[in-house]
Write a protein that binds this ligand. Structure first.
Ligand SMILES: Nc1nc2c(c(=O)[nH]1)N[C@H]1C(S)=C(S)[C@@H](COP(=O)(O)OP(=O)(O)OC[C@H]3O[C@@H](n4cnc5c(=O)[nH]c(N)nc54)[C@H](O)[C@@H]3O)O[C@H]1N2
Ligand SMILES: Nc1nc2c(c(=O)[nH]1)N[C@H]1C(S)=C(S)[C@@H](COP(=O)(O)OP(=O)(O)OC[C@H]3O[C@@H](n4cnc5c(=O)[nH]c(N)nc54)[C@H](O)[C@@H]3O)O[C@H]1N2
Ligand code: SF4
Ligand SMILES: [Mo]
Length: 731
């Protein structure tokens, strides 16, 4: 915890405890919104969604013993009573006919789908014996955990108790790590999840990529609709006319990979025309003079040549941003592992916001608060003898989190020390990490490979042991306590029973710890003992949380003006326009643009994104979501299509710069809504695992084709928008 957030935490504790009476009595009237009793054969349970990691509060209804529907919980500050289409279709996860039904042990070569169903006891015994063997031969650090989402919490706990510091999630190096690094270097604090963006109050929203509306994070999309209906200006830079771009007053069809040039020119214009927030910059800025010198040559004319945009449109949009400051929000994005200069591009986004004075201001970035719920009082973990394996000699000096691909690298090379066991929880590493061949090469070096999943996904096919988990509708999970506009705690609880021999993560992680002789780390008997204690220690009532699903705390000041103190946890204690720590580490102290490298002649840059009805590669066997969208399409510029004699609906396969061919075909969507130098598809389709019967071979997979990636030198993020494809028509 940083000094700043620790102080906030303490302050909040006092505030929330003092406000407890109010929370309690307000709760009674609010609780009327949530029916908890049986009404004519129906039963409702408050929980939170897990179709993505936004974790919206939800109310599930069971009718005559059958799971019937799921809706938003009106008490929940994230969902505000409404779920996104994926959340509403979430009940399909329970009914999914492709689900794993019992623990499996592989009975052939790794990668061959030959399995034997075993009991939980046999499966966990098998794993524990091998984990102990690895620990005896190499040390406990040689077992690593990959996990994604809140369900990984108990596995992380078991790993720490076992003595391994190596736990990683793709949400850092494959997603928002570059962004948070860029903002931490500038403001001393990251963006986090949910993003601390005050979209509902913004008067000018600038989106670079960030395709809100397709990227369906619930609160953001609701606030986006509010901002538009209130007449906020929308500026969108995207090589493709995204849903958001379709609503923009200013659409900039930017050449892929040149956003940093655009950002520098916007900043140069604000400085040259003295349109920036001078008072804010004087009060909070560090190294502003050096910054101005560094960007002086980055005129709109210079950027026009790089970005393919007109100098006039760059100047006009810079002035538009200045007109609405400080309520101008240049959105920081989320999946920012694009081109390899991503932490620096994110730093430029942070600096542009600093010039506009939007950090800590209404309509810009608010100061999040967190409900003070203490951790469970576990015994101290053993001190690992070796440090984390992912980032030897601090090669990536500004990596604050564990780098998944760093663990993969160590598994291949054995350096700085060998990794011999992987436990993979709820992350399809073959689709999440770039370069599938490298992932498979790493797996082949392992003595133990365990996957915990709900369906037989691609990564299961490479496991020695597959453990079937109960879905989010069938289990308790850890408490949801996150930083947000309104502090709250959310509970996930079972709505219906798991249909077969599936178990929840807490049960698996606890049983595994017991098999490893680590029962002292699980002093609680049942997960509800754990949950109840934490909730009580926070001064809240567990039964109230169970009935309402969420308890909110007292709001804190959100903006500098309303009392949230401006504090910057940077070396200078200020907003770092010039970064001494970057200069000392040998990096550009002010972001500097380098043009993206071009692809082979005749190829298209491969771009991808989200569809409103799917999450990554994890929803393609959900029967309800597949009814809404059952394959992806390839966006191809209409003139480029004409040149290739391709029409909408023609099926093609994609071949990338390294000769890899997509294993299934995809329908062409010829359109003027994308630049001619790139193609676009929704990530997550084109499954190859035979057990995913509803998904296999539907559409094409982008993940198969990202064999090339560029590593961000600041923090180890793996940039994937650097692959190129040609199209081969199917006869
Ligand atoms: N429905 C749904 N919503 C989701 C998710 C999901 O799986 N499904 N996943 C969630 C998660 S974890 C994340 S990280 C986010 C990801 O969502 P975003 O952070 O919005 O994702 P990006 O990949 O950054 O954005 C893709 C967009 O960037 C554009 N783009 C590509 N290259 C460039 C470029 O060089 N410059 C510019 N300016 N634009 C470019 C693409 O055309 C596309 O419109 O979505 C979240 N929301
Ligand atoms: N090519 C490419 N790669 C990407 C991205 C991209 O857009 N394109 N996006 C990147 C981003 S932003 C992110 S955040 C990551 C996402 O990376 P991941 O989170 O790994 O995403 P998925 O590929 O959907 O894999 C999720 C796995 O969890 C399983 N699962 C679902 N529900 C449960 C459950 O309740 N319990 C258990 N145990 N398992 C469950 C699913 O079956 C699936 O195998 O991917 C990153 N990688
Ligand atoms: S944004 Fe949608 S899928 Fe994600 S948690 Fe909320 S309702 Fe569920
Ligand atoms: Mo992500």
């Amino acid at each position: 915890m940083t000094a700043l957030s620790r102080r906030r935490f303490l302050k909040l504790s006092a505030g929330v405890l003092a406000g407890m009476g109010a929370v309690g009595s307000g709760a009674r009237s609010l609780a009327k919104n949530v029916r908890e009793t049986t009404v004519a054969g129906t039963r409702q349970v408050a929980t939170f969604c897990d179709i993505c990691f936004w974790k919206c509060g939800a109310i599930a209804t069971v009718k005559d013993g059958q799971l019937w529907k799921i809706e938003g919980n009106p008490l929940d500050p994230l969902s505000r009573g409404r779920l996104c289409p994926r959340g509403s279709g979430g009940i399909g996860a329970h009914f999914d006919s492709d689900r794993l039904r019992s623990p499996l042990i592989r009975v052939s070569e790794r990668g061959e789908d030959k399995w034997q169903a075993v009991t939980w006891d046999e499966a966990l015994e098998y794993i524990a014996v091998r984990m102990k063997k690895i620990a005896a031969e190499h040390g406990p650090e040689s077992v690593a955990l990959f996990s994604h989402g809140i369900g990984g919490n108990f596995f992380k706990h078991t790993m720490k108790a076992f003595g391994s510091p190596n736990s990683a999630a793709p949400s850092f190096a494959q997603c928002r790590g570059p962004r948070d690094t860029g903002f931490e270097l500038t403001f001393g604090d990251g963006i986090g999840s949910p993003e601390r963006t005050d979209i509902e109050n913004t008067r000018c929203l600038v989106l670079l990529g960030s395709h809100l509306g397709e990227n369906m994070h619930n609160t953001q999309v609701q606030e986006f609709a509010t901002a538009i209906s209130r007449g906020a200006t929308l500026i969108v830079a995207d090589p493709r006319v995204s849903v958001a771009a379709g609503k923009a007053q200013h659409y900039l069809p930017i050449k892929p990979g040149t956003d940093l040039a655009l950002l520098l020119a916007w900043m140069q214009t604000l400085v040259a025309e003295k349109l920036y927030d001078r008072e804010y910059v004087e009060q909070h800025g560090h190294g502003f003079e050096e910054f101005c010198t560094a960007i002086a040559a980055c005129s709109p004319e210079w950027a026009a040549a790089e970005t393919g945009l007109s100098a006039e449109s760059i100047r006009e949009t810079a002035r538009e941003m200045a007109r609405h400051r400080p309520a101008t929000l240049v959105h920081p994005g989320r999946r920012t592992n694009w081109y390899g200069d991503d932490a620096q591009r994110s730093r430029a986004i942070a600096l542009l916001n600093a010039l506009l004075g939007s950090w800590g201001r209404k309509g810009g970035f608010y100061t999040p608060a967190i409900m003070p719920v203490p951790d469970y009082p576990y015994p101290d973990y053993p001190e690992p003898k070796k440090s984390k394996v992912d980032n030897p000699k601090k090669k990536y000096p500004f990596a604050k989190d564990t780098i998944t691909t760093g663990i993969r690298e160590a598994t291949i090379t054995g350096q700085p020390y060998p990794i011999k066991g992987w436990i993979v929880y709820a992350t399809n590493l073959l689709n999440a990490l770039p370069n599938q061949a490298e992932t498979i090469r790493a797996i082949q070096n392992l003595d133990l490979m365990v996957v915990v999943d709900v369906v037989p996904s691609e990564i299961c096919g490479w496991a020695d042991v597959v453990l079937p988990e109960a879905t989010y509708l069938e289990r308790f999970d850890d408490l949801h306590v996150g930083p947000f506009k309104h502090p709250f705690v959310g509970l996930r609880q079972p709505v219906v029973e798991a249909p077969h021999d599936q178990q929840p993560n807490w049960w698996i992680a606890k049983r595994l710890a017991e098999k490893l002789g680590l029962e002292a780390f699980y002093p609680w008997k049942d997960v509800e003992d754990y949950l109840r204690l934490r909730v009580q220690e926070a001064g809240l009532i567990y039964e109230e949380l169970k009935s309402k699903g969420v308890i909110t705390g007292e709001d804190e000041p959100l903006y500098f003006e309303t009392g949230s103190p401006p504090e910057f946890d940077t070396p200078s204690g200020k907003i770092e326009f010039y970064s001494d720590q970057l200069a000392e580490a040998g990096f550009d102290p002010v972001p500097r643009y380098t043009p993206p490298s071009a692809g082979p002649a005749g190829s298209f840059r491969l771009l991808f994104g989200r569809a409103p009805t799917h999450t990554f590669s994890r929803t393609q066997t959900n029967p309800l979501l597949m009814q809404m969208m059952d394959e992806n399409a390839l966006w191809l510029n209409a003139s480029a299509a004409a040149q290739l004699k391709l029409h909408s609906g023609d099926r093609v396969r994609l071949r990338n710069q390294d000769g890899l061919l997509s294993s299934s075909s995809i329908a062409v969507k010829a359109t003027n809504r994308i630049r001619p130098d790139c193609v676009y598809l929704v990530h997550g389709f084109g499954h190859t695992a035979k057990g995913l019967r509803q998904a296999v071979g539907r559409g094409a997979s982008a993940a198969q084709l990202v064999s090339r990636y560029t590593v961000d030198p600041l923090m180890g993020g793996t940039a994937v928008n650097v692959n190129f494809v040609t199209l081969e028509k199917e006869s």
